[in-house]
Design a protein around this ligand. Sequence first.
Ligand SMILES: CCC/C=C/C(=O)SCCNC(=O)CCNC(=O)[C@H](O)C(C)(C)COP(=O)([O-])OP(=O)([O-])OC[C@H]1O[C@@H](n2cnc3c(N)ncnc32)[C@H](O)[C@@H]1OP(=O)([O-])[O-]
Ligand SMILES: NC(=O)C1=CN([C@@H]2O[C@H](COP(=O)(O)OP(=O)(O)OC[C@H]3O[C@@H](n4cnc5c(N)ncnc54)[C@H](OP(=O)(O)O)[C@@H]3O)[C@@H](O)[C@H]2O)C=CC1
Length: 288
Amino acid sequence: CLEEYREFSVAVVTGGATGIGHAVTQELLYLGCNVVIASRKEEQLKQAVTELKGEIEETSPPRLMHVPCNIRQELQVKHLFEETLKQYGKLDYLVNNGGGQFLCQAADISKKGWNAVIETNLTGIFLMCQEAHKQWMGEHGGVIVNMLMDMDRGVPMMAHSGAARAGVENLTKSFAVEWAHHGIRVNAVAPGNSIYSETAAKNYPIDVFERVKPHLPAKRLGTPEEVSAAVCFLLSPAASYITGETVHVDGGGRLYSPLFWTVPDHKMLQPFHSNQGVEEATKPKSKL
Ligand SMILES: CCC/C=C/C(=O)SCCNC(=O)CCNC(=O)[C@H](O)C(C)(C)COP(=O)([O-])OP(=O)([O-])OC[C@H]1O[C@@H](n2cnc3c(N)ncnc32)[C@H](O)[C@@H]1OP(=O)([O-])[O-]
Ligand SMILES: NC(=O)C1=CN([C@@H]2O[C@H](COP(=O)(O)OP(=O)(O)OC[C@H]3O[C@@H](n4cnc5c(N)ncnc54)[C@H](OP(=O)(O)O)[C@@H]3O)[C@@H](O)[C@H]2O)C=CC1
């Protein structure tokens, strides 16, 4: 299955400069893809490109490029795919990872704040999928992975985002069926609210991740690499019969309610380390 990645497939990853998106980008580059990373802050994108290019061979055209894009803006979304097709001539994978929200009690969310979160996490993903379909995938097929959150029991303090992500989960199913005959698979990955990265943590005034940790059967936070493994699996031909599905990467977090059973502290579910036992510790290693 890795061979198909190695045909220099082309992937667009939103939010590809930070956190989970950065891990997805790194993994796809390692697997042989060309990757276009896109988000709002151009400096952050440039920094990621410089850093990640140091890990891969120099080629012409370069295998990694960035396009500034706010997924809330239709014209910027259109421009992102135009630039991708201009540079690489095709589009195989779309990872709709860019998104986020702020903590706020539902009673206090302003209409502007509500709209900002819905536009980012629901409308933005709709626009991205629609434009990918229009400019390339409708005619040539492709694979889409949408990033959700752990929202099955509602999301107190992030009601706006929970509603948006539930919408995206449903869109994922609709697209999977409507676009099956175009050769497009559409799936989702739902990270538990427990995937630590500095950039994710920086968005919150309190240490949300420390609060979450005791409530996870794994008794530890997840890593961006553990989410990227699921994304890359769903993109790969190994998932050729999976569409309209959601994969949860949450260390069992959404299942755990310590009503009758309390998981004792333990260190038995350790994270995957990309350099475990490998001499070239700085080189990213695939988990696939
Ligand atoms: C357990 C943890 C699990 C982790 C989960 C993750 O997802 S980790 C990943 C985490 N990563 C991310 O979340 C990264 C991406 N997140 C973001 O960029 C923002 O959270 C965004 C989606 C709201 C966009 O914001 P933006 O500024 O570009 O949008 P804008 O200028 O169009 O309208 C903004 C309006 O929204 C409101 N409002 C905004 N912030 C707050 C607040 N703190 N407080 C209150 N309200 C707030 C306010 O009304 C404001 O208008 P105002 O009053 O200023 O006129
Ligand atoms: N970490 C966790 O525990 C969880 C994360 N998630 C979701 O996973 C995804 C990745 O988050 P994570 O890596 O953890 O956190 P980060 O804050 O590191 O990543 C969020 C990324 O989204 C980009 N982004 C935000 N808004 C837009 C926009 N309007 N247009 C384009 N890009 C945008 C940001 O870049 P920029 O600001 O430059 O636009 C940033 O690169 C997000 O959708 C997040 O909500 C879901 C559940 C839990």
